[in-house]
Write a protein that binds this ligand. Structure first.
Ligand code: NAP
Length: 250
């Protein structure tokens, strides 16, 4: 097993719960040290780090609202000071504020853009300098299949997820020659708090569109992230991998 000193460091945003939590656990299981970012889920994030530390993984929790540039700057300083340079960045944090366009408030638009898209810009910009210095880095951002195909009631959310894809392809082109890859994992319909709030008829309609016949699990998403975080994916950059049970196939 890799010694704690030789482990690569992964920072996962929004890792206190949901998909981010399972990404952190999965990366830890694959030999990474993990910086666990959270915003409101302090207890869950501390418990996760305790669980990881008990199995010999270097893991620490860091509070930051990644929709705020100042918070992200402080987050990276704190991580670098206590754990070292971030070698793998997983942009996972995200929110929904669903509404039909005619009813969508400017605040619902701005909140989603700040949490889902501005955060990816702030975090990636902070991470890239160290990656360039190391001539190695992995940036994996969690978008959504709705960023590819759209979704009624989610114009704000879909726009941010499409934005992440365009952003990632540009970053991939800028840094491919420096040993840094930037890729997107686009989940379909995954069982977490985010989808737990959906009404039963909406869930049934979604399920009817999934050839695999089931919702995805956070583990399904985490497996794809771990692949993009690994040395095995060295020659893949600017890619969008849909983890959706065959729902979109585009
Ligand atoms: P979730 O269960 O609602 O969890 C959201 C996570 O994001 C929480 O850990 C939350 O942290 C964090 N977060 C939100 N705003 C933040 C901020 N400003 N700063 C820091 N952390 C913030 O959602 P999920 O289903 O795990 O979703 C994770 C990612 O997958 C999101 O990007 C989402 O858009 C994407 N996704 C999910 C699905 C799905 O079906 N579930 C499908 C496609 C894409 P705190 O709890 O600490 O506040």
């Amino acid at each position: 097993m890799t010694s704690a000193k030789n482990r690569r460091l992964a920072l996962v945003t929004g890792a206190g719960r949901g998909i981010g939590r399972v990404i952190a656990l999965t990366l830890a299981g694959r030999g990474f040290s993990v910086a666990v970012n959270y915003h409101n889920s302090a207890t869950a994030a501390e418990e996760l780090c305790g669980e990881l530390a008990a199995s010999g993984v270097d893991a620490k929790a860091f509070r930051a609202d990644v929709s705020r540039a100042e918070d992200v700057a402080s987050l990276f300083r704190a991580v670098e000071d206590s754990m070292g340079a971030v070698q793998v960045l997983v942009n996972n944090a995200g929110i929904t504020r669903d509404n039909l366009l005619m009813r969508m408030k400017t605040e619902e638009w701005n909140d989603v853009v700040a949490a889902n898209l501005n955060s990816v810009f702030y975090c990636t910009k902070e991470a890239i300098r160290g990656m360039v210095r190391a001539r190695w880095g992995r940036i994996v951002s969690i978008a959504s299949v709705v960023g590819l195909v759209g979704n009624a009631g989610q114009a704000n959310y879909s726009a941010t997820k499409a934005g992440i894809i365009g952003f990632t392809k540009s970053v991939a082109r800028e840094y491919a020659a420096r040993g840094i890859t930037a890729n997107v994992v686009a989940p379909g319909f995954i069982e977490t708090d985010m989808t737990g709030i959906l009404k039963e008829n909406v869930r049934a309609a979604m399920l009817g569109q999934i050839p695999a016949g089931r919702m995805g699990s956070p583990e399904d998403v985490a497996g794809a992230v771990a692949f993009f975080a690994s040395d095995e994916s060295e020659y893949l950059t600017g890619q969008v991998l849909a983890v959706d049970g065959g729902m979109t196939m585009c």
